[in-house]
Design a protein around this ligand. Sequence first.
Ligand code: ADP
Ligand code: ADP
Ligand code: MG
Length: 471
Amino acid sequence: MLKKILIANRGEIAVRIVRACAEMGIRSVAIYTDPDRYGLHVKRADEAYFIGDDPLAGYLDPRRLVNLAVETGCDAIHPGYGFLSENADLARICAERGITFIGPSAEVIARMGDKTAARASMIAAGVPVTPGSDGNLKDLDEALSVAAEIGYPVMLKATSGGGGRGIRRCDSAEDLRQQYPRVISEATKAFGSAEVFLEKCIVDPKHIEVQILADSQGNVVHLFERDCSIQRRNQKLIEIAPSPQLTEEQRGYVGELAVKAAQAVGYENAGTVEFLLAGNEVYFMEMNTRVQVEHTITEQITGVDIVREQIRVASGLPLSYRQEDIQYRGFAIQFRINAEDPKNDFLPSFGRITRYYAPGGPGVRTDTAIYSGYTIPPYFDSMCLKLVVWALTWEEALNRGSRALADMRLQGIKNTSLYYEQILQHPQFRKGDFNTSFVPSHPELLNYSEKRRPREVALAIAAAMAGYTGL
Ligand code: ADP
Ligand code: ADP
Ligand code: MG
């Protein structure tokens, strides 16, 4: 078993990994740049090292991080998500220096991180993919002719994109002409690569993804699916496991497809295979070769600790579970609480958290690195807390979600929690009938009051009075 792990990340996922290490008797090492001096991951890890004044550079320098791991006596690096988690160089340098990279091999990361190479591997493995260009596009002319062939609308995508960026829907040739240079410039800026490709736009699809785990002995299992259809600008807001929109037959089918996809590329460690579902058609979209933001909900319905399994597998141990050992129970919902103002086009709202009170009670989990008095720095992601609820039935999970969101107090910054309370009340959402167009087609859900409902205020007053009179 690994003994000491350098966590090449920050924020809630770094804290999540520290927690797994603590439970496994493994020493954890945090890193931090100047704005993260007061980060919770720094306080919680067994050791912490300063990696520079620049807010980001230190987190993005694979060679330096591997050197630090060697110098501090670590035997492994966990990359979390974002930052270097899908950077093949980090995995390669780790291998060269005798440090275990907690993730798949550099070759697999490179292949699956390149969306056109991943599509080619899936086509070869017999996994259905969206119709699209054979590989990267040479120029606009090629884009126009491929689009004419597959038919509009099409999606123009950055080959090395991620995090919902570098994707544009094009409804006509005119549209494609306009978007083409924009996506190229966005891709170059955000991902350092100008490669783009085209695929058919699946209209009103559901985003269904399957969590898989694979060990070095060649065992691959899936942990069922997550429904991430509640998105804004191709970014996930609320995730659900299992999907309330799948039949058992569809569930079995996507699970098997994901295992087939992982086996086809010799996958090892935790990964996610993302699909689009339209009617009864399923299309492979991409594979994320890392732990995902929403791994939490899969943990809640299966009881499997995914980060622990990642560490075990990276230590060379076999998976703790066979496919038949993995069952799911109930429903889990994750709310990505972002430091953003929904009423102001989701403008980031960084600053000092004057008061934070975590929701609790049965079936409630919070993964976060914030605390009262903490100042959210402006240099990183705006997601500041993951609120996860679990209950036996879909309806109970919805009600628990509303209750937990109302329970939470997060003051000093604008955030998305009141907006999520509105989504939870919507009849279509409650019916479990939604696709990736849900958020854009319901702008009215943004017309909520920033003040809590009078009933809650009355209840709060009653509770305070009860306390005051000693009842
Ligand atoms: P998940 O796929 O786990 O649901 P996201 O797509 O929201 O997560 O991405 C998680 C984090 O990683 C976000 O901060 C996102 O901006 C970042 N990220 C994801 N893919 C890339 C990439 N290819 N390049 C840079 N950052 C990325
Ligand atoms: P990222 O790497 O940024 O996560 P994805 O390829 O996973 O990018 O796409 C992100 C989201 O964009 C999907 O969840 C989906 O909502 C939308 N999307 C991507 N491709 C298509 C498509 N071909 N048709 C319709 N929607 C798509
Ligand atoms: Mg994706």
